[in-house]
Design a protein around this ligand. Structure first.
Ligand code: UD1
Length: 340
């Protein structure tokens, strides 16, 4: 069965390609490489032993998607393709609304036209904002978005839900990711932040590798056990596996319409300092950091309740934080070797 993966050359997308293949499915990538590198295809080839079919196309173009659906009998779609930098979305909201809403709108239109009925959507725990109660479950309130990026995830979920409700044949799941980190254990694929990383773990690995000076821990006066923010860091390979389970759930649905959402996290929170210390322990490498001001817009703490995914998807995260950090470090070292 062929599975179309939009944004399949990205961080989560590329790891999902591997898991789809291992589950006996045939992934096909559509990616415009606006925020990913073609070198990912080489990493995938090294892992899979063959060249994944890849269309270097923008999902906002209906004719591009029509061509892919015309050339392949696509059984399911996983839609990752989106812009994802929170700060940039505040500066350039139209880019985010155009890319993220436009690509979903185009994809759904073409899917319905071509009678393709199975969709897994890449959403985010950002839809919960700062939850009043922890852990957050799927019924926790959706709070007004803090950024245009967060707003696009909320609106995309609503678009999909309303479309399934309208009675057209469409079965869809939104997966609300917590904080994906790590890399494939082979170190053939991993995160490739363009420019200065915004996320914690690439910042740690680049600092430890000597590529950056001292890093800043954004605030240690939060009402958390050690004063730093708490997140639910999930190994990207575990997250990738959740997509395979989500597709399998959709394939097993008898009804013509279906929509549901799942939290995809570990269920465990870790503070910024805990991540840094665990990284130092696991890799034997020091991270030069200082405590700085809070980062505007940061939430104090969030971690997932994962019972629904455990029961509904028959999936749970298996890899501990230590393993994710060891894999992220192995990937960073590989990047440095490649860079000479
Ligand atoms: C961020 C986004 C979120 C998005 C996710 C994608 C914000 C406010 N949120 O999540 O919407 O879905 O990325 O991966 O941007 N930290 C430091 N020093 C650093 C970098 C980070 O202390 O140099 C801290 C942050 O303050 C935060 C934690 O590390 O407490 C994690 O940060 P990050 O990796 O950026 O993820 P989120 O903020 O959770």
């Amino acid at each position: 069965m062929k599975i179309l993966v939009t944004g399949g050359a990205g961080f989560i997308g590329s790891h999902t390609i591997v898991e789809l293949h291992q589950a006996g499915l045939e992934p096909i990538i559509v990616d415009d490489f606006s925020n990913s590198s073609r070198s990912v295809l080489e990493g995938l080839r090294n892992i899979l032993g063959y060249e994944v079919i890849c269309y270097a196309e923008d999902c906002n173009r209906p004719e591009s998607l029509r061509r892919v659906f015309g050339e392949h009998d696509i059984a399911g779609v996983i839609h990752f393709a989106a812009s994802k930098a929170v700060g940039e979305s505040v500066q350039q909201p139209l880019k985010y609304y155009r890319n993220n809403l436009g690509s979903l709108f185009t994809l759904l239109t073409v899917m319905l036209e071509q009678q393709r009925t199975h969709l897994v959507f890449s959403s985010s725990c950002t839809v919960y904002g700062q939850p009043k109660e922890l852990p957050v479950n799927e019924n926790s309130p959706i709070l007004p978005a803090e950024s245009p990026y967060g707003n696009t995830k909320q609106i995309c979920e609503e678009i999909i839900r309303d479309t399934t409700k309208s009675g057209v044949p469409l079965k869809a799941l939104s997966l609300r990711y917590f904080n994906p980190i790590g890399a494939h254990p082979s170190a053939q694929i991993g995160e490739l932040p363009i420019g200065t990383p915004g996320n914690l773990v690439p910042f740690i690995t680049q600092t430890a590798a000597g590529l950056r000076g001292q890093m800043t821990v954004f605030g240690d006066d939060y009402p958390t056990p050690d004063g730093t923010c708490v997140r639910d860091y999930i190994h990207v390979v575990d997250l990738a596996k959740a997509h395979v389970k989500a597709l399998q759930l959709l394939f097993g649905q008898a009804a013509a319409n279906h929509y549901d959402v799942f939290n995809i996290g570990t269920g465990r929170g870790a503070s910024v300092l805990e991540v840094i210390r665990t990284f130092e322990e696991v890799t034997g490498t020091q991270v030069d950091y200082r405590i700085g001001e809070r980062r505007a817009g940061d939430i104090e703490q969030i971690y997932a309740e994962v019972n629904k995914a455990t029961e509904g998807l028959h999936w749970r995260a298996e890899k501990p934080l230590r393993e994710a950090l060891a894999d992220a470090w192995r990937w960073q070292q590989k990047l440095m070797r490649k860079g000479g």
